[in-house]
Design a protein. Structure first.
Ligand SMILES: Cc1ncc(COP(=O)(O)O)c(C=O)c1O
Length: 401
């Protein structure tokens, strides 16, 4: 067996299952889960229709790993409308089967494990695929902590120079999961300078880019590069997904865009890995990228939900409306003395509401787990259900004085 497999950590939901194994949820309340970050708004009908219409011819041949030119053009056209970017669909865009597999596969393409101390830097807390991708590529992850005093911006300055020197890949996540923080241009500039100095690749995970609460849409990685005159996007690749934007997590569709010198070897890797997108999925994806009305409506629903739920919770715990994403990243009240797992267990036992302990989304580094004492709440259910969960959480917290 590949010995690197033994380095993979249990997924947060597996740890949650174990945490709850000895808890009896209160039978007085119907179960509500804010645990899993899976979109639950309805999939638009026109996307389903495009999928079924493609069944006629779509299953009869092997798809090319590069995808149909029409799909790549639709992706590039969306990047143009959203960020003002002029990308070459043939060389700077590549469809992927959701951003998760692409985040993973990119590390396998980029990392040279024969170079001493191969390192992947990523935020802490973080989306667990970054760490697993680093391990299986033969690299060591370095956990860069997010700073609660700066709207959970990642403290890149805390990464020592000798770590940057051996870094081959940096994952950034903006808007962030679980913090919702959006990276401003100055932060991008700092990372581009570090990448230029040390030669590492930046993978920009942008799958929450369309769910935002401020007037201004989140800055994209390629957009930041363009604003700073980096028109070739050297060593930069952005990963975008339909899952959250269009409520199609089951479609498995997204794309990567950026440095053509990275896209080319990535396509080669993917050809051998066998990760071509089904023509049926490609047809549905073209329809989804070409439409913005459903995205505006989706965002409106999240905004309405967050506007209703956040004030209830912020009255009793340390939580605020994030820049973007569909998570609330809340501090547990002092009564629990930073014990996020105890909070989650007691809440389930007394009010049948599931939340995810923040410590499961982060790693202890330099003696500190930056997720400790926080919980992540995914507001993916309908507003009424999220409101009901929030009311129960308020009652739960108030019952402890
Ligand atoms: C930060 C982050 N990146 C990537 C993904 C993967 O999304 P998908 O593979 O559906 O595009 C998720 C899914 O929850 C996520 O939270």
């Amino acid at each position: 067996m590949n010995p690197l497999l033994s380095r993979l950590q249990p997924y947060p939901f597996e740890r949650l299952r174990q945490l709850f194994a000895t808890v009896t949820p209160s039978p007085d309340y119907p179960a509500i889960s804010l645990g899993i970050g899976e979109p639950r708004h309805a999939t638009p009908e026109f996307i389903k229709s495009a999928l079924t219409a493609a069944l006629g011819t779509g299953l009869a041949s092997y798809p090319a790993t590069a995808g149909e030119p029409t799909l790549r053009e639709a992706c590039a056209a969306w990047m143009q409308r959203r960020y003002g970017l002029e990308l070459n669909p043939a060389t700077q865009v590549l469809p992927v089967n959701g951003s998760r597999e692409a985040l993973f596969a990119l590390a396998q393409t980029v990392i040279d494990p024969t170079r001493a101390g191969a390192t992947v830097v990523h935020p802490n807390p973080f989306y667990q695929i970054y760490e697993g991708a680093a391990f299986l590529a033969g690299a060591q992850p370095y956990y860069a902590p997010s700073d609660p005093s700066r709207n959970f911006a990642v403290d890149w300055d805390s990464v020592p120079d000798d770590v940057w020197a051996r870094t081959q890949l940096l994952y950034v996540c903006s808007p962030g999961n679980p913090t919702g923080a959006v990276m401003p241009l100055a932060e991008w500039q700092k990372l581009f300078e570090l990448s230029d100095r040390h030669g590492f690749v930046i993978a920009s995970d942008e799958c929450y880019s369309e769910i935002y609460f401020r007037d201004e849409p989140p800055l994209g990685g390629l957009e930041a590069a363009m604003k700073l005159g980096r028109t070739e996007f050297r060593n930069l690749i952005a990963l975008t997904s339909l899952s959250k934007r269009s409520n199609v997590p089951g479609l498995r569709s997204g794309f990567v865009a950026g440095d053509a010198a990275l896209i080319k070897p990535f396509l080669l890797y993917r050809t051998y890995h066998g990760s071509a997108m089904s023509p049926v999925v490609q047809a549905a994806s073209i329809a989804a990228w070409n439409d913005e009305a459903h995205v505006v409506e989706n965002r409106r629903m999240y905004r309405e939900k967050f506007a209703a739920v956040t004030p209830l919770l912020s009255a009793v715990m340390d939580v605020a409306l994030p820049d973007a994403s569909f998570y609330l990243w809340a501090g547990v009240p002092a009564f629990w003395q930073g014990n996020d797992t105890a909070f989650a267990r007691e809440l389930l036992a007394q009010y049948n509401v599931t939340v995810l302990p923040g410590s499961y989304l982060a790693r202890e580094a330099a003696g500190h787990n930056p997720g400790q004492g926080r919980i992540r709440m995914a507001l993916v259910a309908e507003t009424a259900e999220c409101l009901e969960a929030a009311r129960r959480i308020v009652q739960f917290i108030l019952s402890r004085g």
